[in-house]
Design a protein around this ligand. Structure first.
Ligand code: ATP
Length: 340
C-alpha cells in the first residue's frame, strides 16, 4: 500500500512555475529519496506535502486520506506528516528528552516512549543532556526521534545531513536509515547528493525542472537511466557517439551490447566508468593516461582512447592505484551500454 501519493501537483510563485506536474508514490515503510539539482523544486514539494504551501492543482494523499484540494486542505499539524529540517532545529533550552517528548501527545510525555525513541536512534542515556552538549550528528538523530514520536504516516527529511562533515555524514545516514526502518516509518529524503540518494534510499525519484523524470530502485535508475541527463546526474557517465544498424550498435570503441533494443539511427550510448576495464595494450584498444584523481578507496583515471580511423575518444575508468600520465594502456568495455 502506498503511504504517500503525489499526483500531478503544480505550484507557481508569481509567474515562476516551480512544480510542473509532480507524480510521486511512496510505499508504506519505504525510504524514498527525491534527488535533483539545486532549484528544481525539491523543498517546495516537501512543503506542499507537509501543508506549508497549497498546490495550484493536483493532489496529495497521506495514509489513504487526501489532504489537499478545495474544501479538503488539511492543516499541517493534522496531516500526520513530520518534518526533519536541514539542521535539526532542536529547542536549545529543552533537554534531549524534552525535545523528543515535544512530539508526543501531552499525556504520553512521561511514559517509556521517549526512552524507546532515544534507543531507536542510538542515544539511550542521552535524555538529560542539552542539545549544545551533542555533536551535529547526534542532534540530527534527536530531531529524527522527535519526528518519529507521534508515529506519523510520513516523515519528510530536507537535506538532513548537509550540515555534517563528510566523515560523519555516512555514519549518521546509516543510523537514521536504520532508525526509520526499525520504526517502520515511511520517509521522503530530499537531497542533491547522488551518492546519498543511491546508498540510503529504497527508491530514488530524480527531479528536474519541477517534475519527477524517473523513479525506481537505485540500481535501476543507475543502470537504466531514462536519458543522458539522468545518467549524468546519478553518477559519472561516459557518453559516446553511436549508430544503430540492423539492431547492432556501432561506436568508435567497436560493437557494444545494449541494455535495450533500439531502432536504427544515430545517437549516443552511455556507459559507466566501472565498465571501462584496463587490459594489456595488445588485448584492447590502445589508450594513454591523461590524468588521475586519487580518492582513497579508488582512483578515477581519465584516458584518451585511440579508436580506428584516427578518432580520439575521452573515457574515464576506476582503478585501485594511480597511473602515471602518458602511460600506455589497453581498454576493453565490459557489459551492456544504454542507447539514447
Ligand atoms: P535547493 O536544493 O537549492 O534547496 P530546491 O530544489 O529545494 O533547491 P526549491 O527550494 O523548491 O528548490 O526552490 C525552487 C524555486 O522556487 C527556486 O527558484 C526558488 O527561488 C523558488 N521559490 C521557492 N519558494 C519560494 C517562495 N516562497 N516565493 C517565491 N519563490 C520561491
Amino acid at each position: 500500500m502506498s503511504a504517500l501519493t503525489v499526483k500531478d501537483v503544480t505550484k507557481s510563485f508569481g509567474a515562476q512555475p516551480v512544480l510542473r506536474g509532480v507524480d510521486l508514490e511512496v510505499a508504506s515503510g519505504a525510504l524514498a529519496a527525491v534527488l535533483g539539482p539545486s532549484g528544481c523544486g525539491k523543498t517546495t514539494l516537501l512543503r506542499v506535502v507537509a501543508g506549508f504551501e497549497q498546490p495550484d492543482s493536483g493532489s496529495v494523499t497521506v495514509g489513504g486520506r487526501q489532504v489537499t484540494g478545495p474544501g479538503r486542505a488539511v492543516a499541517p499539524e493534522r496531516r500526520r506528516v513530520a518534518v526533519v529540517p536541514q539542521e535539526g532545529a532542536l529547542f536549545p533550552h529543552l533537554t534531549v528528552a524534552e525535545n523528543v517528548a515535544f512530539g508526543l501527545p501531552r499525556r504520553a510525555r512521561r511514559g517509556a516512549r521517549v526512552g524507546e525513541l532515544l534507543e531507536l536512534v542510538g542515544l539511550a542515556g542521552y535524555g538529560d543532556r542539552m542539545p549544545s552538549q551533542l555533536s551535529g550528528g547526534q542532534q540530527q538523530r534527536v530531531a529524527v526521534a522527535r519526528a518519529l514520536a507521534p508515529a506519523p504516516d510520513v516523515v519528510l527529511l530536507d537535506e538532513p545531513f548537509s550540515a555534517l562533515d563528510a566523515a560523519l555524514r555516512a555514519a549518521v545516514r546509516a543510523d537514521v536509515r536504520a532508525a526509520l526502518h526499525a520504526a517502520g516509518a515511511t520517509a521522503v529524503l530530499v537531497t542533491h547528493d547522488q551518492e546519498e540518494a543511491l546508498s540510503t534510499a529504497d527508491v530514488v525519484a530524480v527531479m528536474r525542472d519541477g517534475v519527477v523524470v524517473q523513479s525506481g530502485l537505485p540500481q535501476d535508475v543507475y543502470r537504466y537511466p531514462k536519458d543522458v541527463d539522468v545518467a549524468r546526474f546519478v553518477g559519472e557517465a561516459v557518453v559516446i557517439p553511436a549508430t544503430v544498424r540492423d539492431g547492432v550498435v556501432w561506436t568508435p570503441l567497436g560493437h557494444l551490447p545494449l541494455t535495450q533494443t533500439a531502432a536504427d539511427g544515430m545517437g549516443t550510448v552511455v556507459l559507466r566508468p566501472e565498465q571501462v576495464h584496463l587490459v594489456d595494450p595488445a588485448d584492447g584498444l590502445p589508450a594513454r593516461v591523461v590524468d588521475t584523481y586519487f580518492y582513497g578507496h579508488d582512483a578515477s583515471v581519465r584516458l584518451e582512447v585511440h579508436c580506428p580511423g584516427e578518432v580520439r575518444l575521452p573515457v574515464v575508468c576506476r582503478t585501485q592505484g594511480e597511473l602515471p600520465e602518458e602511460q600506455a594502456v589497453g581498454v576493453r568495455i565490459v557489459g551492456p551500454v544504454t542507447w539514447f
